[in-house]
Write a protein that binds this ligand. Structure first.
Ligand code: PLP
Length: 381
């Protein structure tokens, strides 16, 4: 039999999807399973979103659509990002895809040649590594342990960018840690980015509407507008609007990148379906009470989770200020006898179950802390 392409030898099924599938299967068998795998919002979009989809279905043209995304969708997205201070972009700066994962994949494909440097902080959303491996990028992990609140420091970033990676991927608010960078922290990192003009920056900010404690959402281009010609902002409907299965993701950034993503789309997906597009426009442009209400709810749940975690001896959990993840450092349990370790894990499961938090990730491997461990943090889809 002829061989598959070498790149497929590097591609792995998304680990997190495998865990999710396994959990689903065990649940179907009647087992009482709490899945700590994919980050699924525990709510559905508003009725106006379904109404828009039904209306679009009734008059569906059945035709191919725009490779970039329909004008109505791009305009709704542009208005949406203006609300978080990202103004001055035009349709030509934007592109859409089948979820943010697809958009990120397309962008990486567009920016990275084999062997190009690809830097990102760890703990990280597992797909970054999977995508980098498929593309045979030179992966540069920047360890951010709990002692530094899982956040990248300017000195770390400076050292990383001095190696001239082609792409630096930054995730804020973070999956899996829930960390959110303050305005000053973003500004300090933006100063570093500005000193290293050879690196593209992808800011995966899909949780930008899920920020607690008044920290606010900040992007490098807020701090340094001149970075707009290198910073690519990523957004998604999945989490903000409870629409993960509708598969709509976005980018806003340099025209040349948006054009590249559009070209990629023209060669694989062609376009987002009309019905999905109509629902997406309604979500972005319609009432925002559900996302706002959910954000307040997630903050309250965060407080419950933190209270339970605080009661577990030796477990450290930097306080999440966004998204819906907590990332307790349970390394205290490493090396304990099995029974003692199980007790720790039970506490953790109990905390998640009682809070009803959607996804709950823990450091089950010390990967990002100690070289030589498998580089994989758990969470998200
Ligand atoms: N980026 C991060 C940080 C995520 O957590 C996820 C999903 O969990 C994605 C991107 C992908 O989002 P989408 O559902 O739009 O593909």
């Amino acid at each position: 039999m002829p061989l598959l392409a070498r790149r497929i030898g590097r591609a792995k099924p998304s680990a997190i999807m495998l865990v999710a599938e396994k959990a689903k299967q065990l649940k179907a068998e009647g087992r009482d399973i709490i899945s700590f795998s994919i980050g699924v919002p525990n709510f559905l979009p508003g009725e106006h979103v379904y109404a828009a989809a039904r209306e679009a279905l009734a008059k569906d043209s059945g035709q191919y659509g725009s490779n970039r995304g329909s004008d109505a969708l791009l305009d709704a997205f542009l208005k949406h990002i203006e609300q978080v201070g990202l103004s001055g972009y035009t349709r030509a700066n934007c592109a859409t895809g089948v979820g943010a994962k697809h958009v990120i994949y397309n962008i990486c494909e567009a920016l990275l040649d084999e062997g190009d440097g690809f830097a990102f902080a760890t703990p990280y959303w597992t797909s970054y590594l999977d995508i980098a491996e498929i593309l045979d990028a030179d992966i540069q992990l920047l360890p951010c342990p709990s002692e530094q609140d899982y956040k990248l420091t300017p000195a770390q970033l400076d050292a990383a960018l001095a190696k001239k990676p082609k792409v630096f991927l930054f995730n804020n608010p973070s999956n899996p840690t829930g960390m959110v960078y303050t305005k000053d922290e973003i500004s300090a990192l933006a100063d570093v980015v500005a000193r290293h003009p050879d690196t593209w920056v992808i800011t995966d900010d899909i949780y930008n509407r899920m920020v607690f404690d008044g920290v606010g959402y900040h992007n490098f281009v807020h701090a340094r507008p001149e970075l707009r010609d290198r910073v690519i902002f990523i957004d998604s409907l999945s989490k903000t609007y409870g629409m993960p299965g509708w598969r709509v993701g976005f980018m806003a950034g340099p025209e040349v990148v948006a054009k590249a993503v559009t070209t990629m789309n023209s060669n694989h997906i062609t376009n987002l379906p009309e019905v999905v597009t109509a629902a997406a426009v309604a979500a972005l442009s319609g009432p925002q009470d559900i996302p706002q209400h959910k954000n307040a709810e997630f903050q309250a749940k965060r407080d419950q989770v933190m209270a339970v975690l605080a009661a577990i001896p030796g477990v450290v959990c930097p306080k999440p200020q966004g998204a819906f993840y907590a990332f307790p450092d349970i390394s205290v349990a490493f090396g304990l006898r099995r029974a003692a370790r199980a007790a720790h894990q039970l506490h953790l499961s109990d905390a998640a179950a009682r809070s009803g938090i959607t996804a709950f990730a823990g450091i089950l491997r010390r990967t990002h802390l100690k070289p030589g461990w498998s580089p994989c943090a758990h969470s998200g889809c």
